[in-house]
Design a protein around this ligand. Structure first.
Ligand SMILES: Nc1nc2c(ncn2[C@@H]2O[C@H](COP(=O)(O)OP(=O)(O)OP(=O)(O)O)[C@@H](O)[C@H]2O)c(=O)[nH]1
Ligand SMILES: [Mg+2]
Length: 492
């Protein structure tokens, strides 16, 4: 049997098990939160007076008890005290020398106070910083350098979501474990490490199936999310217009619906981990129904909004003004270009997904010519399906464009992959046949020869969106495309 005691020495739980072990109940009333230790100590019996075993030590590290004690029983009476606690500066454990119960002595109050103080001191993180602290994880069959690249992008996304990144974990596996992506032992190690670093969140670069999400969440009370959820979260934070808000909420609900699932109520002492945080089955059914109702409400609202947009568009079309749409990977500089082309002031930022809504501006050309130029939400590799679906109506406007400007951040080392991702999404949107200009932005960040070579190789135009004097070749190319003019050739 076992007992859990809180810092005041009050027994909070009495657990009765069998000879194989005990089940530690859900500890949701004693959340770890941002504290280094749980505030509960466990004392339990070892019926054959055996010392602490691997399962004991794993549970101590996973659940971060104040101290972990096994009371060895000999001839039916308490005999040896085996105890261990976490060390302040690593995820190592300190195993105290076994002692006979009559000679065991520990001033718990002093001990826990100094241990916790030292833990707080050794943690480099600021305890008052309210931001989430994440460990980024990639597990796949892809070679390491590919995973590194993907994590670089995930890290930028995390930054955009206001998440502090504490560490990155990459593992190349021969086969992806269907339940945990990696082996359970390795995953537990990772969780223990994350806890000792003070993380609050695990972010997987690979999208998790509902059952994987459930299995991993059952091992830890850290929040577990995947890349899609991170992107959805950024979108949710940044949507400002009614259109954007409705679209994002819809995408979130659609993504969450299959992930709504119950969790176990207790965890096994032998398998470790913690569960029992999920709602009961009936509550879940109600949740599911609510979510479905909300989805259909939002879908109806979206339809209305789309109708209003169609009418606005119709009026614009009647005036017969050509439309040029700037598209491209997130952070390519689309909004900056729109602003500087049209002397306007839409929102730009050194972050991914600064823009979620379409903005249209007029741009005058010589000879009384005028176009409408639009900026839209950025694209990203493996753009979540639900998100494409949700933004379909916004992105549908691209079908009306007479010309697409595909803007590429030439200073991003991953730009060839980014071009490919954008092409793929255009294809999925049925836009691959649209006329388009490939335009390399941020040329101020590279040496001119390199810019020249890249533009030459891709038949692209080089510009710097922050330097209006670099726009001439682009403006000429637009005129040429829209009004079929052969203009005198100019250098890039
Ligand atoms: N050095 C340099 N920086 C640029 C240039 N164009 C844009 N930037 C910077 O790149 C960052 C992203 O610019 P945005 O215009 O917000 O990019 P966006 O494509 O609209 O991004 P999303 O809306 O997030 O998809 C900002 O910090 C800009 O100041 C450029 O030509 N040179
Ligand atoms: Mg933008």
């Amino acid at each position: 049997m076992g007992v859990l005691l809180n810092r005041k020495g009050i027994v909070t739980h009495v657990i009765v098990g069998d000879t194989k072990g005990i089940m530690i109940p859900s500890l949701e009333d004693y959340p770890l939160g941002r504290k280094p230790l749980r505030g509960l100590r466990l004392i339990h019996t070892h019926l054959y007076n055996e010392p602490l075993n691997q399962d004991d030590l794993t549970d101590l590290a996973l659940l971060r008890f104040d101290i972990f004690v096994a009371l060895g029983i000999k001839n039916g009476t308490p005999h040896t005290v085996y105890s261990a606690h976490l060390k302040p500066d690593s995820n190592d454990l300190e195993i105290l020398p076994p002692a006979h119960i009559s000679s065991f002595s520990l001033n718990f109050k002093e001990f826990i106070q100094s241990l916790e103080e030292e833990m707080n001191r050794k943690r480099v993180i600021d305890q008052d910083d309210p931001r989430e602290r994440a460990i980024l994880i990639s597990i796949s069959k892809e070679p390491r350098y590919r995973q590194e690249e993907c994590l670089d992008e995930l890290q930028e996304l995390a930054l955009s979501a206001d998440v502090v990144v504490l560490d990155r974990v990459i593992q190349r596996v021969k086969e992806v474990n269907p339940r945990y992506l990696m082996g359970m032992g390795r995953l537990k190690e990772l969780i223990i490490n994350a806890l000792s670093k003070g993380a609050t969140l695990l972010i997987f670069d690979q999208n998790l199936t509902p059952s994987q999400m459930k299995a991993i969440s059952e091992l830890t009370e850290l929040k577990v999310i995947d890349r899609t959820q991170l992107i959805l979260d950024i979108f949710a934070k940044r949507a400002h217009t009614r259109d954007g808000k409705v679209q994002v909420e819809l995408a979130q609900l659609r993504y969450r619906l299959p992930h709504l699932s119950g969790k176990g109520t207790a965890m096994s002492r032998l398998t470790g981990g913690i569960g029992g945080r999920g709602p009961g089955e009936t509550k879940l059914e109600i949740d599911r129904r609510r979510v479905r109702e909300r989805i259909s409400l939002l879908e109806r609202e979206l339809k209305k909004l789309a109708e209003a947009r169609r009418q606005r568009k119709h009026r614009r079309k009647q005036k017969n003004i050509p439309i040029v749409s700037i598209i491209g990977y997130t952070n390519a500089g689309k909004s900056t270009l729109l602003n500087n082309l049209t002397h306007s002031n839409t929102f730009t930022e050194e972050r991914m997904f600064a823009t979620l809504d379409t903005a249209s501006r007029r741009l005058r050309f010589p000879r009384e010519r005028e176009i409408i130029i639009t900026d839209t939400v950025g694209f990203i590799r493996d753009l979540p399906k639900d998100l494409i679906a949700a933004f379909k109506s916004t992105l549908e406007e691209l079908h009306d464009a007479d010309l697409l400007i595909h803007l590429v951040d030439i200073s991003n080392p991953r730009f060839p992959d980014q071009i490919e991702s954008v092409e793929k999404i255009l294809d999925e949107l049925g836009l691959s046949e649209k006329e388009r200009l490939l335009v390399f932005n941020k040329i101020d960040r590279l040496p001119p020869e390199e810019v020249y070579n890249i533009c030459h190789r891709y038949h692209g135009i080089g510009i710097s969106a922050i330097d209006k004097s670099s726009f001439t070749p682009l403006l000429r190319a637009i005129e040429e495309h829209l009004w079929n003019e052969k203009l005198a050739p100019i250098g890039v």
